[in-house]
Design a binder for this molecule. Structure first.
Ligand SMILES: O=c1[nH]c(=O)c2nc[nH]c2[nH]1
Length: 450
């Protein structure tokens, strides 16, 4: 066997669909995609006729080949740039209030329960399983303030095999007593959490990027004092890790933030003034941004998680994604469970489309743009665009094998359907029942029965 053939763990033969730019989706038909033993895409060959694919295998044994039928195709795994793991416990509940009341009445009382790490494991097992089933191969998770429970989330993610950023949340003001840390304990626990994840990654001795990365997670400016924000900015720089938070989601939130941080010229500047707005920052929502704030995001190369479903549900408003894209800001999609009622990026895609049409019907986001946001855009926001997001040779194989004719799925395909119409139907009508297999770093994820 040639050294190339022995370096290959799996080959797919069939249709591949991915973004090659924000405007263009490539359909590769009769393609051969080779995945190596490190989970990287080693080679792609396009337009290999049925009767010739064996000859194009370059010595790879046929038992390693997965042959797709005409109802199946492979797409890059979805990237969820904003999701709260503990909030999965009440996903779908309580949408009749707006953000600050929603936090007080629903989010905070539930999050207090995560003091109990075994309770956390129960909820997190389901939350991660549901996310993977929905085809999310990479996710940016908020946990809670609790160190042990956040470690539990890491364990669950490692067990289930998702690529993830995981954040221990920081809160030391404007929070109920049961969720209020001191500045010192918040920093110490965050440091301990980062070291915990780093130790796991070191022990694995990986020759690829680790699947799980710690992320600095001040809940939002309202819940952190200026000195805590300063310390978190220092930790992000010391460990060179990403940062996530919420920004300009709701008008009352913005007013309250301004009153707490009178020395910053606007909400976005609060993060910038504390060294928390960097090329590694992921800011959720950005619904009510002034032009100067968008420009500051651009200058700092910070990313935006667009969470349209949540923004409709808890009535926060509609972000202007067209404007963000025109400025070449980094934008991805977020489910924002449980402000959002679904942990499916397909639902986030649909909500983002509705939001964009309602905002500017003549200039709304097109399907290639939305698909890009769900995959490559998210990868850019996570600064993983060289690792995942599409099927460029050298990237890691994070993917969904979609079966448009899956039994009990919500969609039907007919003789007149083309690969484009099947793909479009999946985007608009499909759900997790069409996600036949999910791969992260070349490995098939064992999709839990839920
Ligand atoms: O949608 C949101 N969900 C939250 O949990 C949260 N915390 C602060 N701001 C928030 N927004």
């Amino acid at each position: 066997m040639s050294s190339f053939a022995s370096s290959i763990s799996k080959v797919f033969y069939g249709t591949f669909i991915h973004s090659i730019s924000i405007k263009e989706i490539e359909f590769i038909s009769n393609g051969l995609l080779f995945v190596d033993t490190h989970g990287r895409i080693a080679k792609i060959v396009r337009n290999v006729p049925n009767d010739q694919f064996r000859g194009a295998l370059d010595g790879v044994v046929e038992s390693k080949v997965v042959i797709l039928n005409e109802d199946q195709f492979v797409i890059p795994g979805f990237v969820d740039t904003h999701i709260h793991a503990p909030q999965y416990a009440y996903c779908g509940n309580g949408h009749d209030v707006t953000l600050l009341d929603w936090l007080d009445t629903l989010a905070f009382p539930h999050e207090a329960k995560f003091k109990d790490a075994s309770y956390a494991r129960r909820i997190y097992t389901k939350a991660v399983a549901r996310s993977l089933r929905n085809g999310t191969t990479s996710a940016c998770w908020f946990a809670t303030i609790h160190l042990d429970a956040t470690k539990e989330l890491v364990k669950v993610i490692e067990e289930q095999g998702q690529r993830a950023y995981v954040g221990k949340v920081n809160m030391n003001q404007n929070s109920p007593d049961v969720l209020r840390e001191t500045m010192q304990s918040s920093v110490a626990d965050t440091r301990a959490f980062i070291q915990y994840v780093r130790a796991i990654d070191d022990a694995l001795g990986l020759d690829t990027k680790p699947l799980v990365t710690p992320i600095i997670t001040p809940r939002f400016a309202i819940s952190c004092t200026s000195d805590l924000l300063t310390e978190l900015g220092k930790l992000a720089a010391e460990f060179d890790i990403p940062i996530q938070s919420h920004l300009c989601e709701n008008l009352n939130e913005i007013e309250f933030t301004k009153s707490l941080f009178p020395n910053s010229i606007d909400y976005t500047s609060v993060y910038a003034d504390h060294e928390l707005l960097t090329h590694r920052s992921i800011m959720a929502h950005c619904v009510h941004m002034k032009d100067e704030e968008l420009q500051l995001m651009k200058a700092r190369r910070a990313g935006i998680s667009h969470c349209a479903s949540s923004n409709f549900n808890i009535k926060s408003g509609m972000a202007n994604v067209r404007k963000m894209l025109d400025m070449d800001l980094k934008v991805g999609l977020g489910t924002d469970v449980a402000g959002g009622f679904s942990s499916s990026i397909l639902d986030a895609f649909r909500a983002a489309r509705t939001c964009s049409i309602a905002k500017s019907p003549d200039d709304s986001l097109l399907i290639p743009e939305l698909f890009y946001l769900a995959t490559m855009g998210g990868a850019r926001v996570m600064e993983l665009e060289d690792t995942i997001g599409n099927f460029e040779v050298g990237k890691e194989f994070d993917a969904i094998l979609v079966n448009t004719a899956a039994k009990h799925s919500p969609m039907d395909v007919f003789e007149h359907d083309t690969i484009w119409t099947k793909f479009e139907k999946y985007l608009f009508v499909g759900d997790d029942r069409n996600n036949e297999k999910v791969y992260v770093q070349g490995k098939e994820v064992r999709l839990p029965d839920i």
